[in-house]
Design a protein around this ligand. Structure first.
Ligand code: NAD
Ligand code: UDP
Length: 322
């Protein structure tokens, strides 16, 4: 009984997605009670299949643009499609998910006095003019372009978090997540890591958008989840925003070469047009995360890619839809 009362009730919105499903698993492993809320737009029950039988896990189909009435101690607000293909599919719903979703999650936090963490993004920096990006940089977002539904939705969500903090003394945490990869990435979401691995495994051409000189820095999902949980556990005075990502910057072409070398075979690289507003350079400055959370990524790219390749190889071998 004492154990039941001391156990934290943790809500993860977007819990059936790529990052959310890893987070739910870690939260359960730490002894928490976990409520996963998802409308399965880009997430799936497959992602949480191994958790569904767990006595401390519950999954609820729900769209976060509508209010939710549950009792919780902590909220991780992850619900939002994250890849350009998915967030541009229904841009109005993307903005609603970020903005109405944040208002509903913050309202829930206010009523229950729960601590609440927002999964924000490096996209709040847009196509950055400062490199690497520190949290103090205010960004260079095109508010009218095809990425704006995501970027501006996430920026508005951050504004709401800080207004609820000032106006209603809510305990908030804002994480700015940079490119993250690992098993359970959606195979069809067009993100660079999943695309290159699936293409290399299937013997298709590797599609490089533009000349491949644009940079990104890729964080393995286990490291990211560790950062999110450290941020949630941090002192109430730590609100963020705080960058969480791997500072190992590389070009898209270098990533392609590394994936081809790892998978083997004779994959051919083919150039495609660069999408509009595609950021030229991106890399996190994680000084603040190091200092405040004692956090930095531990998994080297080669090791993380091996695990991700193994995951997609299994999907393809099983003949699962990719
Ligand atoms: P994902 O698409 O796999 O997960 C998002 C989840 O939210 C999915 O399960 C989806 O079904 C759910 N969802 C979407 N709209 C919803 C709605 N209206 N109501 C309820 N559920 C809804 O993406 P992910 O990569 O796991 O990203 C999780 C969070 O992290 C997102 O908020 C994303 O913006 C943020 N983020 C991710 C990355 C990354 O590289 N993966 C980078 C920066 C920020
Ligand atoms: N990209 C690419 N080929 C692909 C998919 C993506 O060259 O098949 C590029 C894309 O143009 C971008 C980078 O890889 O410059 C990262 O794209 P992703 O969609 O993974 O993430 P984001 O642009 O949101 O950082």
């Amino acid at each position: 009984m004492a154990n039941m009362l001391s156990r934290k009730r943790v809500l993860v919105t977007g819990g059936a997605g790529f990052i959310g499903s890893h987070l739910c698993a870690r939260l359960l492993a730490e002894g928490n009670q976990v409520l996963c809320v998802d409308n399965y737009f880009t997430g799936s029950r497959d992602n949480i299949a191994t958790l569904l039988q767990h006595p401390r896990f519950e999954a609820l189909r729900h769209d976060v643009t509508f209010p939710l009435f549950v009792e919780v101690d902590e909220i991780y607000n992850l619900a939002c499609p994250a890849s350009p293909v998915h967030y541009q599919f229904d841009p109005v719903q993307t903005t609603k998910t970020s903005v109405h979703g944040a208002i509903n999650a913050l309202g829930l936090a206010r009523r229950t006095r729960a601590k609440i963490l927002q999964a924000s993004t490096s996209e709040v920096y847009g196509d950055p003019e400062i490199h690497p990006q520190p949290e103090t940089y205010r960004g260079n977002v095109n508010p009218l372009g095809p990425r704006a539904c995501y970027d501006e939705g996430k920026r508005c969500a951050e504004t709401l978090f800080f207004d609820y903090h000032r106006q209603h003394a809510l305990r908030i945490k804002v994480a700015r997540i940079f490119n993250t990869y690992g098993p359970r990435m959606h195979p069809n979401d067009g993100r660079v890591v999943s695309n290159f691995i699936v293409q290399a495994l299937s013997g298709d051409v590797i599609t490089i958008y533009g000349d491949g000189s644009q940079t990104r820095a890729f964080c393995y999902v286990d490291d990211l989840v560790d950062g999110l949980m450290r941020l949630m556990a941090s002192d109430d005075s730590v609100t963020g925003p705080i960058n969480l990502g791997n500072p190992h910057e590389m070009t898209v072409l270098e990533l392609a070469e590394q994936v081809i070398a790892m998978v083997g075979g004779k994959a051919r690289i083919e150039r495609r047009p660069l999408p509009q507003d595609d950021p030229t350079r991106r890399c996190p400055d994680i000084t603040l995360a190091r200092k405040t959370l004692g956090w930095e990524p531990r998994v080297p790219l080669a090791q993380g890619l091996e695990k991700t390749v193994a995951y997609f190889r299994h999907l393809l071998d099983e003949g699962l839809p990719v």
